[in-house]
Design a protein around this ligand. Structure first.
Ligand SMILES: Nc1nc2c(ncn2[C@@H]2O[C@H](COP(=O)(O)OP(=O)(O)O)[C@@H](O)[C@H]2O)c(=O)[nH]1
Ligand SMILES: [Mg+2]
Length: 257
């Protein structure tokens, strides 16, 4: 019996979605795990992998621009909405592979998938029970306390919109010094530290306001330890795999055979 776990990679533009999708498939293949990649970005260019299922087979950004006389931004939005119109075909194509893990790379701009109805609809339609979101935090945007907190708020917004189990991941760990990585991990562990850091960074910010924001994050459950990853040496991929297995405990761990 195939597990058919749907794993979505979501994050701001350039956060490393396509790269992590590619690394995860390679990591799975090296261990004999059956993972396919679905590209859900109609505007994707130069992907670092060969998609098994590709939304660009049904939707062409260039065609939408030409036919509707839209600029690239308008066309991206139209294309994102069109994903929902093609879910039936995408599902049929995915099912034909009978894979255990379906890795889905989402559109470059997070808002195209998270804020519009089409993304939510697609996730529900493809697999209402066995979907998990990997939310990617870009360390370049998370080095300062206020940057880190705004990234966490985006992660929560994604959780609120998609309403699926979610893992928060800190990508590109190789771009951080050991000290910077430890600091971000401490922030993700300890609300008091981040409040302190916020107040030091922005003395004009009311302590009360930062405490309220942090309490909101904590209460909603977005305050979980981040999993750091890097495209170098598959760093962190095993940790992601372990959390996914724990999430769907009913499924057997295919590595334990
Ligand atoms: N140093 C480093 N660069 C990375 C890593 N992951 C992604 N990148 C780079 O970040 C840029 C954006 O990555 P991409 O996967 O296209 O991001 P996407 O827009 O979220 O799909 C590319 O130049 C990648 O090579 C990483 O772990 N380490
Ligand atoms: Mg991408």
């Amino acid at each position: 019996m195939k597990q058919e776990i749907f794993i979505y990679f979501i994050g701001t533009a350039g956060s490393g979605k396509s790269t992590l999708t590619a690394s995860m498939q390679e990591w799975c293949k090296d261990r004999g795990l059956d993972a396919i990649i679905v590209n859900l970005d109609p505007g994707a260019e130069n992907l670092p992998y060969e998609p098994d299922v590709d939304i660009r087979d049904w939707i062409s950004l260039r065609e939408v621009m030409d036919t509707n006389r839209l600029g690239p931004n308008g066309a991206q939005i139209a294309c994102a909405d069109m994903i929902a119109l093609n879910t039936e075909d995408v599902k049929t194509s995915i099912n034909s592979f009978k894979a255990d893990y379906i890795l889905l790379d989402t559109p470059g701009q997070l808002e195209l998938f998270v804020f519009r109805e089409s993304g939510k609809y697609t996730v529900k339609f493809l697999s209402p029970e066995k979907s998990i979101i990997c939310y990617l935090l870009d360390p370049i945007l998370a080095k300062t306390a206020s940057g880190f907190v705004s990234q966490l708020l985006l992660a929560i917004t994604t959780n609120l919109r998609m309403n699926q189990p979610q893992i928060n991941i800190l990508t590109k760990a190789d771009l951080l010094s050991k000290k910077e990585l430890q600091l971000i991990q401490r922030w993700s562990d300890n609300a008091d530290e981040i409040i302190e850091a916020l107040c030091n960074e922005e003395p004009s910010m009311h302590r009360e306001m930062s405490e309220l924001i942090l309490r909101l994050i904590k209460d909603i459950g977005g305050y979980t330890r981040l999993i750091p990853t890097s495209k170098r040496n598959f760093f962190g991929i095993e940790d992601i795999y372990t959390v996914i297995q724990q999430q769907f405990e009913g499924g057997e761990d295919l590595l334990k055979d």
